[in-house]
Design a protein around this ligand. Structure first.
Ligand SMILES: [Zn+2]
Length: 287
């Protein structure tokens, strides 16, 4: 039973490492969200500024058109008054023409002014809306910043605790090099760094291992050694299943002769393992 010390320790370690990596991810993600909110606030403010500039431009245009319209109005009414004091037909015709032109000009300016005024009103509405968008974005930035500040301390404290816990678990059992390697696997394999082998199948990657490899794995396991899945690189351990169930995970018969292979399976694994040591080399070269 002492032979399984390392495996049991690694399984415990895996749980702690999972928590630790989740916490590290949280630390990583916190500023990410804050940056995202800050970026959207910047964008909202820029749009507000653009709208303000457009609003100011259109305000000036409305002012200018109003003045020009007032002038045109004055010109037209002046011509109309002058019409009352005309003496000759020629004068009348000349002034009529000027009056018609003044009317056209007045109407055109009125139309332009009204259209610009409408645009101004629309921009005023958009500005009000955009102001709300900016306020909301600002609130989200403040909220996210407060969250980062308050929880960063908390998460970092939990992380320290997990680091201590991992050290406690592995103390005297898992050497530095194996610990570093295992932590790396757990990290890369989304929290699954050590998985059981059922029959011949690695439950980490669902691939079928050569029978000889599995026999060797069981020997190593008893000798307190560590083995890795040649396909997915996870640390693997043999988990004995119910005989009937295990049959579903056995896919190849043992080498030398079919008769022997079949017979040896019935006898149980322990006695068999010695006799297949020689074929181990070949099996390993395959992957
Ligand atoms: Zn695997």
């Amino acid at each position: 039973m002492a032979g399984n010390d390392k495996l049991e320790c690694l399984k415990e370690l895996q749980k702690a490492l999972k928590v630790k990596f989740d916490l590290e991810k949280q630390v990583e993600m916190m500023p990410v969200n804050l940056k995202k909110e800050e970026a959207s606030l910047k964008e909202a403010n820029e749009k507000y500024l653009e709208l303000t500039e457009r609003f100011n431009t259109v305000t000036e245009e409305v002012k200018s058109l109003s003045i020009r319209y007032e002038d045109a109005f004055q010109t037209r009414t002046t011509y109309e008054k002058q019409m009352e004091f005309l003496n000759t037909q020629r004068e009348y015709e000349a002034l009529s023409k000027q009056l018609d032109e003044a009317k056209v000009q007045e109407q055109s300016l009125l139309k332009q002014r009204n259209s610009k005024s409408q645009e101004l009103e629309r921009l005023r509405g958009e500005l009000d809306e955009q102001e709300k968008v900016c306020d909301e974005a600002k609130a989200r930035v403040d909220e996210e910043r407060a969250k980062v500040e308050s929880s960063l301390d908390d998460v970092n404290r939990q992380l320290d605790e997990m680091n201590v816990k991992c050290e406690e678990i592995r103390e005297g059992v898992i050497p530095d090099e194996l610990y570093a390697k295992f932590a790396n696997i757990v990290h890369k394999k989304n929290g699954e760094g050590i998985v059981p082998v059922h029959g011949q199948v690695c439950t980490g990657c669902d691939r079928v291992l050569p029978m000889q490899f599995v026999i060797d794995l069981r020997l190593k396991q008893e000798a307190n050694e560590i083995e890795y899945c040649p396909y997915c690189s996870r640390i693997i351990w043999y988990e004995k299943l119910d005989d009937e169930l295990e049959k579903n995970y056995i896919f190849e018969q043992l080498e030398p002769t079919k008769g022997e292979g079949k017979a040896s399976q019935d006898e149980g694994s322990k006695g068999d393992s010695d006799s297949y040591d020689e074929s181990m080399g070949e099996g390993f070269e395959d992957f």
